[in-house]
Design a protein around this ligand. Structure first.
Ligand SMILES: C[S@@+](CC[C@H](N)C(=O)[O-])C[C@H]1O[C@@H](n2cnc3c(N)ncnc32)[C@H](O)[C@@H]1O
Length: 244
């Protein structure tokens, strides 16, 4: 299996999770991917987060999709439904440098579980370094594979899924795989949250075109609500989607 499919565990556990896989790759292999190394500023945490994020945007704008991480306001709105339903098992899709992650950890009870799915190995390293928390596991894999992870875990379903994935940048088959994975992992009554920049453009092809996520979400979830969060760059719609 490829290195990009290896699982990463949180602190005090081995960095590479042996749930699906045999052994840790040699150091050289682990660093042979195209993403640039994120330098360390141990005492300037926020600046480091911004720098880390921007450097990955310039390396691959189609998966990172923004030059700066989400604002705390946007993160609060994305995590609000998780608090409302008192979720204990949560999946995060595309944590990046962790603006949603920190609020999810604050919202979860001590016995909670957070499974993060992130394709960029630099962000995986960053999260493992910056969020030492026993409740959290960082998986270096696409969110579309979440059902496999849930099936192999002690939890057969999740109470909530929080996604920052740039769906409008993705080809329609990947978008479908991700949304059906989210719906499949959620328990009945569970909630899926997703944001989309207010510009709302479909950037999956050569020429951007207008893109409305709402009808697409309606195919996978029984109820979809949305509201605008202005205090973010750029402002963004937050979608709350419920499963019956
Ligand atoms: C718009 S950024 C959001 C980062 C962070 N959550 C925030 O709000 O600032 C999108 C993130 O999704 C990750 N990503 C892209 N495609 C993915 C996939 N198929 N599965 C999991 N993560 C993915 C990117 O590496 C990036 O970290």
């Amino acid at each position: 299996m490829r290195h990009s499919e290896r699982l990463h565990l949180r602190n005090r556990r081995p960095l590479v999770q042996p749930l699906f896989l045999d052994e840790e790759p040699p150091r050289s292999e682990a660093h042979s991917h195209p993403f640039p190394v994120i330098p360390h500023f141990s005492d300037l945490r926020e600046l480091h987060g911004w720098f880390a994020f921007a450097s990955q945007f310039f390396a691959d704008f189609r998966t990172t999709a923004s030059v700066v991480p989400s604002s705390p306001h946007l993160a609060r709105e994305m995590v609000a439904p998780v608090r409302e339903i008192k979720a204990k098992v949560v999946l995060e899709f595309g944590p990046g440098t962790g603006p949603m992650t920190s609020q999810l950890l604050a919202a979860l009870p001590e016995t909670g579980h957070l499974y993060c799915f992130e394709v960029n190995p630099r962000f995986v390293e960053y999260l493992n370094d910056h969020f030492p928390d026993e409740r959290m596991r960082v998986m270096e894999m696409g969110a579309e594979r979440a059902p496999e992870v849930m099936a192999a875990s002690a939890h057969l379903s999740a109470d909530a899924v929080v996604s920052s994935l740039p769906l409008s940048f993705f080809p329609s088959d990947l978008r479908h795989a991700i949304l059906s994975a989210a719906a499949e992992c959620l328990r009945p009554g569970g909630v899926f949250t997703q944001f989309q920049y207010a510009s709302g453009l479909d950037c999956s092809g050569r020429i951007p075109k207008p893109y409305d996520l709402r009808p697409k979400l309606g195919r996978y979830f029984s109820r979809v609500e949305r509201h605008m969060v202005w205090l973010n760059f750029p402002p963004a719609w937050v979608y709350r989607c419920y499963r019956d």
